[in-house]
Design a binder for this molecule. Structure first.
Ligand code: SAH
Ligand code: SF4
Length: 353
């Protein structure tokens, strides 16, 4: 499905500030700098995030004079999907074209009455995990805060959202400033009004950034572990050379989670590489003192990958081993793989088919 021509309410000018790049306190400062009252920021925030306004003229509780002044200094950006693909299982992939011609993808994963939306934080990724298609494209650039929150607003025009996961293209903690601002907008009562328990950041394990994230916002954390020895993790996730497993686990132990939540440990099963019972045993050992739940993700194949999915028997045995030792474990089915919307298959390009 292709949408019609993009409607620009006002051509964004480089000297204008995109108000969706600002947290509520930053917007208050911006307006105060122009001699405006603080409460105006709350009003504008609600218009942008609760009523999806993109034109100041819609803001009926703001005087005409102020609205006209705002046009001189600011604008409100918006994303429209360039294409939407729906998979057999109802998974939907949105392709968003950005101002500079780059593109990113978001995925809606419907489960029962709830929708999880998986959003992107970068164009490409610099972390170079060898099994990941996004990683093979290297990093083109960070997304701005507005580009991150606009993915949510765009998808919310179509469906009701329950959970937000920062698990699409890119490494969220490698774009920490913009991601933290976006998270603050997501959980702000005057912003997107999402519960901190419904927002999850997934990281490959950048330890100093992880610590800063924990100090600045309260959200759920998912960590892509994917290996139980430094030897293997160094090979498949180069980030491990800087922050080896022991250092990562120590940071996880200290991470402040919302309420009595658990950290999600993601473990991509690569056939014949990390899917033996010996791996499962080491996994239970290193996770024994971390409140966590384990997500097993069978490798999703993509062009040019040197890996294979685990055999069904290996997957089942691995899952059962963890379950028998009282771990909370789920095997994530490869939803949306027919439209390349599954984990590690996002590339920000239209399929040729
Ligand atoms: N950069 C973040 C979030 C994006 S990747 C991170 O690494 O956590 C989201 C998840 O997809 C990660 O758990 C990653 O290990 C997994 N993944 C990447 N490529 C995959 C593939 N080909 N098959 C299955 N999972 C994959
Ligand atoms: Fe980047 Fe995550 Fe892919 Fe690794 S798995 S290359 S960190 S997107």
């Amino acid at each position: 499905m292709l949408n019609g021509p993009f409607l620009f309410l006002q051509m964004p000018d480089t000297h204008l500030t995109d108000l969706k790049n600002l947290t509520l306190p930053a917007l208050e400062k911006f307006l105060q700098g122009q001699g405006k009252e603080r409460y105006r920021a709350t009003q504008i925030f609600k218009w942008m995030y609760q009523k999806d306004a993109t034109a100041f003229d819609e803001m009926s509780n703001i005087s005409k004079d102020l609205r006209e002044e705002l046009w001189q200094t600011a604008f409100i950006s918006r994303l429209e999907p360039e294409a939407v693909e729906t998979g057999k299982d109802g998974t939907r992939k949105y392709l968003f074209r950005l101002e500079d011609g780059n593109a990113v993808e978001s995925v809606i994963i419907p489960t029962d009455d709830r929708n999880t939306i998986c959003i992107s934080t970068q164009v490409g990724c610099a972390m170079g995990c060898t099994f990941c298609l996004t990683g093979s494209f290297k990093l083109t650039r960070n997304l701005t805060t507005s580009e991150i929150v606009n993915q949510i607003l765009a998808v919310r025009r179509d469906v009701e959202l329950r959970n937000i996961v920062l698990m699409g293209m890119g490494e969220p903690l490698h774009n920490l400033e913009n991601v933290i601002a976006a998270l603050k907008i997501m959980v702000d009562d005057n912003g997107l009004q999402l519960s901190t328990r419904k927002v999850t950041v997934s990281t490959c394990g950048l330890v100093p950034e992880l610590e800063r994230l924990g100090r600045e916002v309260t959200v759920n954390l998912a960590v892509s572990l994917n290996a139980t020895t430094d030897e293997l993790r160094n090979r498949i996730m180069p980030v491990n050379k800087a922050y080896p497993i022991a250092m990562l686990l120590a940071a996880l132990k200290k991470f402040p989670l919302p309420g009595r939540r658990k950290i999600t440990i993601e473990y991509v099963l690569l056939g014949g590489l990390n899917d033996s019972l010996e791996d499962a045993r080491r996994l239970t050992r290193i996770l024994s003192d971390i409140p966590c739940k384990i997500n097993l993700i069978p490798f999703n194949p993509h062009e040019g990958a040197d890996f294979v999915p685990p055999a069904d028997a290996a997957l089942e045995a691995f899952h059962k081993y963890l379950l028998d030792r009282n771990f909370t474990v789920i095997t994530r089915d490869s939803r949306g793989s027919d439209i390349s919307a599954a984990c590690g298959q996002l590339k920000g390009r239209l399929e040729r088919s």
